[in-house]
Design a protein around this ligand. Structure first.
Ligand code: SF4
Length: 456
């Protein structure tokens, strides 16, 4: 069996499953957020009754992150609906925007969108927050009401996005019917060259198979090249499995996975036991691709989908803005590579920076390079950095969302993960997906630029 099949078999209480089998699996964790949480709660109450209790309080994680820093009252209200449900069900894992459990969330537009407006428990973008807060464990099943839930496959677990109806059912029963996906195999060899990032690996792969090339399939990433990839790198790659239509993305378990997971479970006092899955000799794949990481170059996915692959060095596209952020591209390591290119220079187009979580804001504000923090280096370079960690303009959002593209025709290079028309705002705008290093180099020239030109 493949890694995915082994996890699904175990969660179904079976010794063996194969692609195409329909099986009932037990969920280890169900995650929802402010956009889909209210709908999921509505389905749960309608189907199980107004006084029903969730199947297991300790396995439900609720993370508001999407439409948070906006004056849109309906969006603010979504967070309050989550809080009411958490109180009623006495759920321990709710990363509220405010500290007062009896309060209401109201974004104060008068304070501006750069300075922090959240309380002490707020966790930022769900997929980045889940591992930081100790909710991702090898060998487990994570369901989330968000397509990029597949990011947690970096930790050797089966993680996939589900709709509100399925999530309402999981809330009531802890189970879900799953068709076992076929597995595609991506074997990594070699190491990335300077100026190349994990984002380039996954954009290369999606360019190879197309934005629907992995539809309802597991994408298994392994091979000797994985050893050189950090957990952040693996998260970037697993996150974008869905951009090829994948059911899930999954990495092998190794010492690096163990070190990260153990540290985070301990830090947050979450469940610390888990059972990883290892590779079998008899894995069956429907597709195989060897990726020599040393041969990859800075890569861009052009408008209008993540499969439109080109090399940055071959492009001549004038840009209007640059954006770094999201679960995919807003991690500490992403901002470090972004700042490495921008240090001591000035951007020439509007450039927005949105860390994925408050912890990342903190990292950037305390890590010093010489006499300046990374945060100060980015501000000096002309980047508009917000402390309000969250999804922000990655998916457009209400019109007052920080960094949202509100004019037709604008071209934006972005470290985010999705570029279908209208994704970051106006449906006549164009988004080019690239690594944080490529976004930084392009912000310096106002054109899509290979970051290797700026490596010292
Ligand atoms: S940052 Fe973007 S891709 Fe990630 S969860 Fe938020 S909206 Fe989705």
């Amino acid at each position: 069996m493949t890694l995915t099949e082994k996890i699904l078999a175990r969660a179904a209480g079976k010794s063996h499953v194969e692609a195409g089998d329909n099986i009932w699996v037990n969920a280890d964790v169900l995650m929802t957020h402010d956009v889909c949480g209210p709908g999921t709660i509505g389905v749960f109450k309608r189907e199980f009754g107004k006084t029903a209790k969730v199947w297991d309080r300790s396995r439900v994680v609720i993370i508001p992150d999407h439409y948070i820093f906006t004056a849109d009252s309906k969006s603010n209200r979504n967070v309050d609906i989550l809080r009411e449900f958490v109180k009623e069900q006495e759920l321990p894992y709710f990363y509220d925007v405010i500290d007062d459990p009896d309060g209401n969330w109201v974004y104060d537009a008068k304070k501006g969108n750069l300075l922090r407006q959240y309380g002490s428990r707020y966790a930022g973008v769900c997929h980045t927050a889940l591992p930081q807060k100790g909710h991702t464990r090898p060998g487990e099943i994570l369901f989330g009401t968000d397509s990029h839930t597949c990011m947690a496959g970096a930790f050797n677990e089966f993680a996939t996005g589900i709709g509100n109806t399925d999530a309402g059912f999981v809330l009531g029963t802890g189970k879900l019917l799953i068709k076992v996906p076929e597995t595609m195999h991506f074997r990594f060899e070699g190491e990335m060259q300077p100026g190349v990032m994990a984002k380039d690996i996954i954009l290369h792969i999606i360019g190879e198979i197309g934005f629907d090339g992995a539809t309802y399939r597991a994408m298994q990433f392994d091979g000797p090249g994985v050893a050189s990839l950090s957990m952040d790198d693996r998260m970037t790659i697993a996150n974008m499995a869905i951009e090829a239509g994948g059911k899930n993305g999954i990495f092998e378990f190794d010492a690096r996975t163990k070190e990260y997971v153990d540290a985070r479970c301990k830090l947050n006092d979450t469940k610390a036991t888990y059972n990883p899955v290892e590779r079998d000799k008899d894995e069956k794949f429907v597709y195989e691709l060897v990726v020599d990481l040393s041969k990859l170059e800075p890569t861009v996915a052009c408008h209008p989908d993540p499969g439109q692959r080109k090399k940055a060095k071959d492009m001549d596209v004038k840009l209007d803005r640059a954006y770094i952020g999201s679960c995919t591209g807003g991690k500490t390591s992403d901002f470090v590579e972004f700042a490495r290119v921008l240090r001591g220079k000035k951007v020439v187009i509007d450039t927005f920076g949105v860390p994925a979580t408050p912890e990342i804001v903190h990292d950037l504000q305390v890590t010093r390079w010489g006499d300046k923090t990374i945060w100060e280096i980015l501000i000096d370079a002309g980047v508009r950095m917000t402390e309000n960690a969250g999804c922000a303009a990655c998916l457009g959002g209400p019109v007052d969302t920080f960094g949202r593209i509100n004019q037709p025709g604008l071209k934006c290079i972005s470290a985010t993960n999705r570029n279908f028309p209208g994704r970051m705002g106006d449906k006549e705008s164009q988004v080019f997906l690239a690594s944080p290093a490529t976004v930084a180099a392009s912000a310096l020239t106002g054109r899509i630029t290979d970051p290797r030109e700026y490596l010292s």
